[in-house]
Design a protein around this ligand. Structure first.
Ligand code: ARG
Length: 464
């Protein structure tokens, strides 16, 4: 064991200094220092409340509040010296305050513990992150609506099993992404309500003997509610898990979206072009233009799922109340928030710049018998049972495969070989426009419905 000296604020009951490696091993300052702004906000609110409660004088409060403001400036100017031997962001800031103010600095921690302090800090931090994430999400949704409006009439093949199924409009396809992101937005807004509850005042675990006024700190910090149980207050990390779950779903959506962009930009599809600024080249193959942004977002999705699994596992074995395990909550949470925010930002920048290749999409929809269902529906309207129609069209498709003709390319005589119910008016339903226009109901692919959905989407965004 090393006997290297450490400088700990809890040193009173110890007869030897903590081992130097253990000090580093247990320290969190390297990653929790990013909470400094929220830590200072929490401390300033706590000091103000202590004055109202008659615990600190007004002069002491003013010195603490101003001192913390100056420490924030030092941190932002890069002149603050972070010390690993002071363990975490909380003790680094408090030690500096005491260095500046002397004995007054030592009074700040009256009636609280790092346990309620850190729980407060993370919630304040996550609240801001969620707001920033919601802003990016909103920007991405705006971009989708704009593109969907412009591409309301653009026809592409819709897929099931990645095989051409029925024609859809590109605008309609884009609006499917809009729907998913709307649910992500709802989930994050809902999650924010539970993030925004105040644990401050729980102290170490049992509450405090000082006459604290929790409604004062609650209001100063903009929390929506005060946590109702001190043991739960210091140990609950549901809010972080819930955020990672919502973030995982959002990333899963972005990952699926990415996969489509990768397919669509490939030489095999060529449905869209992404501007060069979102792609990179190959160091060996001069012809390559790789869709790096979507690929990276697809790849980064795993980190967020990992954060969710990590936090669930972190919590599952913990007895009440605070345990040092909880220090492990921060890195996955930070990483999940950063990853989601950056991915949304990249997508919000990229989506409005997508350039569809309308002729290629249309040609792909024209091939592959994408109006086969329309022909079956046509025969149903002529009075045949659907199952028989399915069979008839199956024969027509087989003939088409053998003769190299799509349904719309067959003559009336050819089509009538499969059913004498087929007449000249069939060609209206076999066209791509006829097919998409016929799906004219809420949630359908008809251009008119795409425009109506864009309008609803804009109204939704305006209400946020
Ligand atoms: N760095 C600690 C954490 O992140 C702060 C709380 C420490 N509390 C304690 N009793 N050791 O959880």
């Amino acid at each position: 064991m090393s006997s290297e000296k450490t400088n700990q604020s809890w040193g009173g009951r110890f007869s030897e200094p903590v081992d130097a490696f253990v000090a580093r091993f247990t320290a969190s300052v390297d990653f929790d220092k990013r909470l400094y702004r929220h830590d200072i906000l929490g401390s300033q609110a706590h000091a103000r409340m202590l004055t109202q409660a008659g615990v600190l004088s007004e002069a002491e409060r003013d010195a603490i509040v101003a001192g913390l403001d100056e420490i924030r400036s030092e941190i932002e100017a890069g002149t603050f010296e972070w010390r690993v031997d002071l363990e975490d962001v909380h003790m680094n800031i408090e030690a500096r305050l005491t260095e500046r103010l002397g004995v007054v600095g030592k009074k700040l921690h009256t009636g609280r513990s790092r346990n309620d302090q850190v729980a407060t800090d993370i919630r304040l931090w996550l609240r801001d992150e969620i707001d920033a994430i919601l802003a990016e999400l909103n920007r991405l949704q705006q971009g989708l609506l704009q593109l969907a409006e412009a591409e309301a009439d653009t026809i592409m093949p819709g897929f099931t099993h990645l095989q051409t199924a029925q024609p859809v409009t590109f605008g309609h396809h884009l609006l499917a992404w809009f729907e998913m992101l709307s649910r992500d937005h709802e989930r994050l807004v809902d999650c924010r309500k539970r993030v925004n509850r105040m644990p401050l005042g729980s102290a170490a675990l049992a509450g405090t003997t000082y006459p604290i006024q929790r409604q004062v700190t609650c209001e100063l910090l903009g929390f929506e509610a005060i946590g109702g149980n001190s043991l739960d207050g210091v140990s609950d990390r549901d809010f972080a898990i819930e955020f990672c779950a919502a973030a995982s779903l959002a990333m899963m959506h972005l990952s699926r979206f990415s996969e489509e962009l990768v397919l669509w930009t490939s030489a095999q599809f060529q449905f869209i072009d992404l501007p060069d600024r979102f792609c990179t080249g190959s160091s060996i193959m001069p012809q390559k233009k790789n869709p790096d942004v979507p690929e990276l977002v697809r790849g980064k999705t795993g980190r967020v799922f990992g954060a969710l699994t990590g936090l669930l596992t972190l919590m599952k074995g913990q007895p009440l109340a605070y345990n040092k395990d909880n220090q492990e909550d921060k890195e996955p949470l930070f990483d999940a928030a950063d990853t989601l925010r950056d991915s949304l930002r990249a997508f919000a920048d990229m989506v409005p710049a997508i350039k569809p290749r309308r002729e290629i999409m249309r040609e792909a929809a024209r091939r592959g018998f994408s109006t086969a269902t329309d022909l079956a529906d046509y025969l149903v309207r002529k009075g045949l049972p659907f199952r028989d129609c399915h069979e008839i069209v199956g024969h027509a498709v087989k003939y088409g495969v053998d003769s190299g003709k799509d349904l719309a390319e067959m003559s009336l005589d050819e089509l009538r070989r499969f059913s004498d119910q087929i007449e000249q008016d069939v060609f209206a339903v076999l066209t791509l426009e006829g097919s998409v226009n016929a799906r004219d109901h809420i949630g359908g692919t008809a251009p008119a419905q795409v425009r109506a959905a864009v309008k609803r989407g804009l109204e939704l965004l305006a209400k946020r």
